[in-house]
Design a protein around this ligand. Structure first.
Ligand SMILES: [Zn+2]
Ligand SMILES: [Zn+2]
Length: 109
């Protein structure tokens, strides 16, 4: 399952889950993910571990008019962080990822 499934568990609406999951297989996500991992030196920003680095979304953006989540690669740098699998799993167990609702111009509602 890994990082994608963990991110998917939080904040996503059931009907959107399959689509979102497919978008995490998109090459654009692979590229974006790699950019973030590289920026963070492939180390967890919480504990510094280089073991199983994963990219975490600090918010999920739901585009209300389009009835879907923003593409996972289409988030600002500051909303994406590298976490090791342990901190990532732990974080999702303790905190809900906030969902921010956007209009069709990607403006916060
Ligand atoms: Zn960590
Ligand atoms: Zn996450």
């Amino acid at each position: 399952m890994g990082a994608y499934a963990i991110d998917l568990d939080e904040g996503t609406f059931a009907q959107d889950r399959d689509t979102y999951k497919n978008r995490l297989k998109d090459p654009r996500w692979k590229v974006r993910r790699e950019e973030i991992l590289m920026r963070d030196g492939y180390r967890c920003v919480v504990c510094g571990s280089a073991e199983d680095p994963e990219v975490h979304h600090r918010q999920y953006h739901y585009i209300v008019g389009a009835s879907r989540y923003r593409d996972p690669w289409d988030y600002a740098d500051e909303l994406l962080i590298t976490l090791c699998r342990k901190c990532h799993t732990n974080g999702h167990e303790h905190y809900k990822v906030p969902v921010v609702f956007l209009d069709s111009n990607n403006k916060i509602l």
